[in-house]
Design a protein around this ligand. Structure first.
Ligand SMILES: Nc1nc2c(c(=O)[nH]1)N[C@H]1C(S)=C(S)[C@@H](COP(=O)(O)O)O[C@H]1N2
Ligand SMILES: [Mo]
Length: 317
């Protein structure tokens, strides 16, 4: 979290080419299954599932608007936090090693019946939409991106949590062979994060499978991640393999590393400094401009109510 460097913005050609090949192959394989599902269910989501090429770009949900331009992909795609692949911002080449097909998501804990589901099946089930969201890293940089995905509440509904469930816990994959960062033993791997069920039910809480109108490039946390736009970026865990429902507040990766600096709530607040730097403003990726940071990252109207009665908690760390 401490290292802040600038790197070249080029996306190597070897990244673009396999994707194109991959997508056209997928379109062929997916066509038969997608058409069958479409005629059975007759809904738009199922029909759209005729391979990844037909799924992206998804229709934009116009409810979510920005107060700033979308960050060009050449900036956001080579300035990432993904500690599994190293602590620099230039994890793009290392993240190439992440094998995202097939990818199984496990749902467990306090649910009616734990289950596993392939990410492609999940997407076909719930459908996709695009949303423009701001993203504010605790390190005081920010971006604005078009995420593709679906509300986290849809995943909660599928999971059917039991009455004892109060929290949702996200877990990232664990594979030291693929992710060299996970060989650093002093980090509490795997990466974990958490929300209250009330937060997870808020419409802003989003499960992300794509960005910039296409499936997630690896360095963004492929194939499935979280976006919780009113909280500091570290709450938005990447490359999820497990979503668990718990009675106890889950211990998170950054909390495990340094609880005094990175807490469970981590709601954005310009008035509450990080112990080592101000949170009053942020550097917008792709420019040297600094803009004032907004309480709840500008989403207060939708989320402030979640924290009524919790004023005694460290809501902004
Ligand atoms: N598994 C995992 N998830 C993670 C991180 C990480 O290192 N590992 N970094 C977090 C932080 S600090 C931020 S700011 C965002 C960065 O998302 P981006 O690289 O897509 O911009 O991912 C979050 N999710
Ligand atoms: Mo971050």
């Amino acid at each position: 979290m401490l290292i802040r460097r600038r790197h070249g913005w080029e996306i190597p050609e070897h990244l673009a080419t396999p994707e194109a090949v991959f997508l056209s192959r997928r379109a062929l394989i997916g066509a038969a299954a997608g058409l069958a599902a479409g005629s059975l269910l007759g809904n738009r989501a199922a029909i759209a599932a005729v391979g990844d090429t037909a799924l992206y770009p998804a229709e934009r949900n116009s409810t979510y608007t920005l107060d700033r331009p979308v960050t060009p992909e050449r900036f956001s795609a080579d300035y990432n936090n993904f500690y599994e692949f190293g602590t620099s911002k230039s994890v793009l080449p290392a993240a190439n090693a992440l094998k995202t097909k097939p990818w199984i998501l496990k749902i467990d804990g306090l649910v009616e019946k734990p289950f596993e589901i392939g990410v492609d099946d999940l997407i076909r089930k719930v459908g996709l939409e695009e949303r423009l969201y701001r993203h504010r890293c605790v390190e005081a940089w920010s971006m604005a991106v078009p995420w593709t995905g679906f509300p986290l509440s849809k995943l909660v509904s599928l999971a059917k949590p039991t009455s004892g469930a109060k929290y949702i816990r996200f877990e990232t994959f664990m594979d030291k062979a693929m992710a060299p960062g996970q060989r650093a033993f002093f980090y509490p791997w795997p990466y974990t994060e958490g929300l209250t069920l009330a937060e997870a039910a808020n419409d802003l809480a989003f499960i992300v499978t794509g960005v910039y109108g296409k499936p997630l490039p690896n360095q963004f946390g492929a194939p499935i991640r979280v976006a919780v736009p009113w909280k500091y970026g570290f709450k938005s865990a990447k490359s999820l393999v497990k979503v668990s429902f718990t009675a106890e507040r889950p211990k998170t990766f950054w909390e495990g590393l340094q609880a005094s600096e990175y807490g469970f709530w981590a709601n954005v607040n310009p008035a509450v400094s990080h112990p080592r730097w101000s949170q009053a403003s942020e550097r917008v990726l792709g420019s040297d401009e600094r803009v004032p940071t907004l309480i709840y990252n500008g989403y207060g109207e939708q989320v402030a109510g979640l924290y009524k009665g919790l004023e005694g908690e460290r809501l902004f760390v």
